[in-house]
Ligand binder design. Structure first.
Ligand code: FCB
Length: 503
């Protein structure tokens, strides 16, 4: 038996397996291996994660909850955007999505059957404050209390995220993230939520993926895919000038800092918080000391408007110089707020942003372009580069001496189909998972303080502008019947959790 799996843990896992699934196909036939049958391969026994490593899955409110008009929920910018013709593939919207609002108990059982120890979900701001500010909505709050209680009862630690892009539409109507009032409103909402839940929740993520909702939402990005230009856009779907975009970035990091202060002021002592950002990561193309250093410099610069300023309390000279007249307007006091100390850093990792080599020329690195034949997963943006799981946390620790790091998202979409026998054999997702975990393991083995890993996602869901086409789940969802069917990758993940290792 692996040193990291106690007899009690194992009994728990085996017990859950015997239980089988309550929804969809049983995982029991694919139960985690028994102590006797577990292979003593180098991979199975050698690649163990540290004791107490926390294994989890992640989702977000807008992508799964549905019930958009129930119990007093206000509209969010994503409701408006999804209902704007031409914005989401196939005209999909998230009015029902996974109907999680009504089926959360089943979904908690799904997690229990996979054996996850932690669950990262997000709270819909417009459920709590339908207009973004003003009187809280008790029914909205009650939903999250019930969800948290169900998780705790199932032995799963709740990790709520306070902002996963569903800004109340009423605030967008008054300028959204371009306005300082939204920054203040977010801090008030964050403080209120932490105050309400910190009797049963000890860790909060503040804001999810700054670049995604700021840059992609307020400017959009263009990328070359298979030789063609592809535009990626998120709500509210604006195309701001450089100066305005830089100010929105500044407002977003200011909201991060102010929300940390509000959480500390309102939550029970000992409550912990930090952001969950999609760190842009430069990977050294060839591992040499020069290239490793160059990649660190590149990562620090590529994140200058987000994690770098949050953790260093200043914008880099190169960032301000490149912005020129369009640089954000800010005060020294704001920089202090932005860099309010956090307890941990969450990083969402899907792919490297660049492969780099050292250069004699300023700024000390050269990004090499991705070859046209560079492999990717199903999503157009999703180039494959599992080394990101090693380099990103290592660089975060090297650059900012971070004491606790969580991998808050990692996963891939695949062309999953339910077979006539009712199974989904998602070979590519298993390949993706195994390789990413192997690189993550290298980082933990070298002492990088990674506390846990959240797979994106528990189940297929509304994948923003891609609608329901890109399935990211360990569990297959039939969106017509809402039937959940665990894929083979769920069995893979369950085995990894049970053995606390790469399997
Ligand atoms: C991340 C988002 C998450 C999901 C995954 C695939 O950027 O945070 O909501 O869409 O990508």
């Amino acid at each position: 038996m692996s040193a990291n799996l106690t007899k009690r843990d194992f009994a728990k896992v085996a017990g859950a397996a015997a239980f089988g699934m309550t929804t969809g196909a049983p995982l029991a036939g694919r139960a985690a291996s028994s102590a006797e049958s577990r292979p003593k391969s180098v991979q199975g026994e050698g690649a163990a994660f540290p004791d107490g490593f926390s294994w989890g899955v992640a989702t977000s409110a807008f992508q799964i909850e549905g019930a958009v008009k129930e119990d007093g929920r206000g509209a969010s910018i994503w409701d408006t955007y999804a209902h704007t013709s031409g914005k989401v593939r196939n005209g999909d919207n998230a009015d029902v999505a996974n109907d999680h609002y009504h089926r959360y108990k089943d979904d908690v059982r799904l997690m229990q059957d996979i054996g996850v120890k932690t669950y990262r979900f997000s709270i819909a701001w417009p459920r709590i404050f339908p207009n973004g500010i003003g009187q809280p909505n008790p029914k909205g709050l009650d939903f999250y209390r019930r969800l948290v209680d169900a998780l705790l009862e199932a032995g799963i630690e709740p990790f709520p995220t306070l902002y996963h892009w569903d800004l109340p539409q009423a605030l967008q109507d008054k300028g959204g993230w371009q306005s300082r009032d939204t920054v203040k409103a977010f801090a008030d909402y964050a403080g209120y939520m932490a105050g309400q839940l910190s009797d049963r929740v000890t860790r909060f993520f503040t804001i999810n993926e700054f670049f995604s909702f700021v840059d992609i939402g307020h400017r959009g990005v263009e990328m070359m895919v298979d030789g063609k230009k592809v535009r990626i856009e998120h709500a509210p779907g604006l195309k701001l000038s450089n100066a305005k975009l830089n100010q929105v970035r500044h407002n977003a990091v200011l909201a991060q800092g102010l929300s940390v202060q509000a959480i500390r002021a309102n939550a029970k002592a000992g409550t912990k918080c930090g952001p969950a950002d999609n760190l842009s990561t430069a990977v050294p193309a060839i591992e040499t000391p020069e290239n490793i250093k160059a990649a660190e410099i590149a990562t620090r610069e590529m994140n200058a408007g987000y994690l770098t300023v949050m953790l260093e309390g200043k914008y880099t000279d190169a960032y301000l110089a490149a912005a020129g007249k369009g640089a954000p307007k800010f005060t020294e006091d704001e920089l202090k707020i932005i860099s309010s100390p956090v307890d941990f850093i969450g990083i969402n990792l899907y792919r490297p942003s660049a492969y780099v080599v050292a250069s004699e020329r300023v700024p000390g690195f050269r990004s090499i372009s991705f070859n046209k034949s560079h492999p990717r997963m199903l999503s157009l943006w999703h180039l494959l580069g599992p080394e990101v799981m090693y380099w990103a946390p290592r660089q975060v620790q090297a650059l900012w001496k971070t004491k606790e790091i969580y991998i808050t998202e990692n996963g891939c979409a695949a062309s999953d189909e339910l077979s006539a026998q009712g199974i989904v054999d998602d070979s590519d997702r298993i390949m993706f998972l195994r390789n990413h975990l192997a690189h993550l393991h290298r980082a933990t083995a070298e002492g990088v303080p990674i506390k846990g890993y959240f797979h994106w996602s528990l189940m297929d869901n509304f994948e923003w502008s891609d609608g329901f086409t890109n399935r990211f789940g360990l569990v297959y969802v039939d969106f017509k019947t809402q039937k959940r069917t665990p894929k083979l990758s769920a069995a893979y993940f369950r085995e990894a959790i049970a053995r606390n290792a790469v399997v």
